[in-house]
Design a binder for this molecule. Structure first.
Ligand SMILES: Nc1nc2c(ncn2[C@@H]2O[C@H](COP(=O)(O)OP(=O)(O)OP(=O)(O)O)[C@@H](O)[C@H]2O)c(=O)[nH]1
Ligand SMILES: [Mg+2]
Length: 636
């Protein structure tokens, strides 16, 4: 997620600071990206940005300016942790940080009645404000006409109409930023902050003032989006809504298998060719083993999953950019309420399908601490994309490639869906227990704005996918690459003693470690090779696959890994072992980044340790039961 132009660290110093403030989903991040060239996440639901991001820009007058993107909020009376970030930045409550010198208030031109209230609140801060009247394209399309100069006069702040996603108005906004900074420099120290938590009376006063401003500046309120109303009439229909949502999710998992099959075969073929070519070109010896068994077999066995990751992200990006994501939260609110979860938990949980780290951070939008903790605790049970390679590898090895239900459903996709479902159902079960024991409390109603539906922009989707591919490949090229070299060393040295019969890895450090761990894992059917793979798998789950690739390549008595890794596994493992490993991966807390983000977001070691303990117990238990049951049933 890191971007060269964007820092998450606090900034201080003489460079002027400008903050983008506004209600959720009004286009602040889109504007931030347009102004700084960054690629922060933009999506069509409230609560996308949950932490402040800082970027830099050069104003037309040549001034260096720091631009801060903030989480959306309806008021400075912050309720949830993401809104608190905005409040604290705006009020200058962060240590060693002065409040922003200028605030660019972003408002959705189609929904001024709601968005102007925050502008009035921000005016009380006594600092220069510029109003970016965003979504002017949508406003125009709906016949909503706002008189920008009348609005400016009524509010007493400069107003710049913008279309953030098309960069329209960016130049005007930059000019206005220069002007505001000049005025600020001429004015001397800013007026004292006149903001205080608005009382009910203040809120009524704001409301009246908004009406007066609208009367002066809104020429035509326009019509609400007819398309959105029609689509929602169907998609939020009590009888259609949920089945449609499940259909979408089901299609997503089928597509992950079906669409990715061809490119994966192609990558597999290309890797096999590279491995053979490297094997033929290099003289026998250590270097050849390092390159073919260590690097190509290890890193290659992960890279092959890129197409699946991209198909998964394609679906998630489309769900996020169309506006369906917020509907899904709404549809599932009652279902989630059944286990005591808040409807808002849906977005963090769905994000966790990509990766639990942003998912856990997205839980900042949940106001109630108990609800938020419960969501954080179960987020890693959602099947993250790093688990895809593990699942796919084992499924490809053990589940035949055929269709069921009259050729309609791929069996492999069905097994994958079952694994995802196992994650979801156990998350709900854990939440049920947590909400009835540790996190007791009344459930709060879901209040969430449903954004208008939007056609996803192919360019944005493409950029999103490229960014994903970059992150995935960068990881394969750095972390996984380094771990594989280390593992190759551990799997190669010390070499086999004279007269040894088994492959050298049996006698290596990695072999010793694997054999040492084996008794612990034997009750759940894991081989010593799996034991070796689980250790580096702590860094990231897909590393386990890379490690299996390397371990098995080193275990081969031939030169290089003959045939695909899944073929080797099919020959080496029993079906109960494979099923047991799948069950293990549904639950195991196997990723250091998730655990560290849990520590950071809950601000306590305790919850992190609780997570490790409960997930490890569940993983061991599930693997044990799976192994025993399937062994008994299959007679293995
Ligand atoms: N048509 C149109 N869409 C826009 C415009 N600006 C932003 N969007 C879309 O509006 C949605 C929200 O944009 P974001 O930039 O994520 O909004 P945000 O204010 O940062 O939202 P939060 O981080 O949730 O507070 C996205 O789907 C954008 O593509 C605009 O000027 N016109
Ligand atoms: Mg944002």
């Amino acid at each position: 997620m890191s971007d060269s132009a964007v820092l998450a660290a606090p900034i201080s110093g003489p460079v002027p600071r400008i903050a983008l403030v506004g209600n959720p989903n009004c286009g602040k991040t889109a504007l931030f990206n347009a102004l700084t060239g960054a690629r922060q996440k933009v999506a069509n639901y409230p609560g996308v940005t949950v932490e402040r991001k800082v970027g830099e820009l050069l104003s037309p007058a040549g001034a260096r300016v720091q631009l801060i993107d903030l989480p959306g909020t309806y008021s400075l009376r912050a309720r949830s942790p993401d809104e608190e970030v905005t409040r604290d930045v705006v009020l200058g409550r962060f240590e060693h940080e002065s409040p922003p010198d200028v605030m660019v208030c972003v408002a959705d031109a189609t929904n001024l009645r709601l968005h102007l209230r925050l502008v009035l609140e921000l005016k009380k801060l006594g600092r220069p404000i510029i109003l970016a009247l965003n979504m002017m394209d949508v406003a125009e399309a709906r016949g909503c006409r706002v008189d920008a100069s009348a609005l400016s006069a009524a509010l007493g702040v400069p107003v710049v109409p913008t279309v953030a996603i098309k960069r329209t108005g960016v130049v005007g906004l930059l000019d206005q930023i220069d002007r505001s900074m000049m005025v600020m420099a001429g004015d001397g120290p800013p007026a004292p902050c006149g903001w205080s938590e608005p009382s009910a009376r203040d809120l009524r006063a704001y409301h009246q003032e908004v009406e007066a401003v609208l009367a002066a500046a809104l020429r035509d309120a326009g019509k609400p989006s007819l398309a959105t109303q029609r689509i929602d009439a169907a998609l939020l229909h009590p009888a259609i809504g949920l089945p449609f949502l499940f259909l979408v999710l089901f299609l997503m998992f089928q597509a992950v298998f079906a669409w990715a099959a061809l490119p994966m075969d192609m990558i597999d073929g290309a890797l096999g060719w590279v491995q053979a070519a490297a094997g033929a070109a290099l003289p026998d010896g250590m270097l050849k083993s390092l390159i073919t068994d260590g690097i190509i077999a290890g890193v290659g066995s992960v890279v092959i999953f890129l197409p699946q990751i991209l198909v998964l992200f394609l679906f998630i990006l489309i769900l996020e950019s169309t506006g369906y994501m917020a509907r899904a939260a709404f549809l599932l609110d009652r279902l989630m309420g059944g286990v005591g979860l808040h409807g808002r938990a849906f977005i963090p949980l769905l994000s966790s399908f990509a990766c639990a780290v942003p998912g856990i951070m997205a839980a900042r939008t949940i106001e109630n601490r108990a609800d938020r903790l419960a969501t954080i605790m179960i987020a890693p049970l959602m099947t993250c994309s790093a688990r895809l390679p593990v699942y796919t590898l084992i499924i490809a090895a053990f589940v035949p490639e055929r269709t069921v239900a009259g050729g309609m459903i791929g069996l492999q996709g069905l097994v994958m869906f079952t694994l995802y479902a196992a994650g979801i159902l156990s998350a709900l079960a854990v939440a049920f227990v947590l909400k009835r024991t540790i996190f007791k409390g009344a459930r709060e109603p879901l209040l969430m704005e449903l954004p208008a539906y939007r056609l996803p922009s192919p360019r944005d989707i493409l950029i999103g996918l490229l960014e994903r591919a970059r992150i995935f490949l960068a990881r394969a090229g750095t972390v996984i690459f380094a771990i594989m070299i280390l593992l190759w060393f551990l799997g190669t040295f010390p070499g086999a003693p004279d007269g040894a019969t088994g492959p050298a890895i049996d006698y290596s450090f990695a072999g010793m470690l694997g054999h040492a761990l084996a008794p612990l894992l034997a009750p759940i059917g894991f081989t010593w090779q799996i034991a070796i793979a689980l250790v580096p798998g702590m860094a990231a789950r897909e590393v386990a696959v890379a490690a299996l690739g390397t371990v098995y390549a080193l275990s081969e008595t031939g030169d290089a890994l003959s045939g695909s890794l899944s073929g080797v596994l099919a020959a080496d493992w029993s079906l109960p072992t494979a099923l047991s490993l799948l069950a293990w991966f549904v639950f195991a807390p196997q990723c250091v980044s998730t655990l560290s983000v849990v520590k950071r977001e809950t601000n306590s070691w305790f919850w992190m340790l609780v997570m490790i303990a409960y997930m490890t117990l569940l993983a061991y238990g599930a693997a044990f039961v799976t192994f025993r049951l399937s062994s008994a049933l299959l007679g293995g």
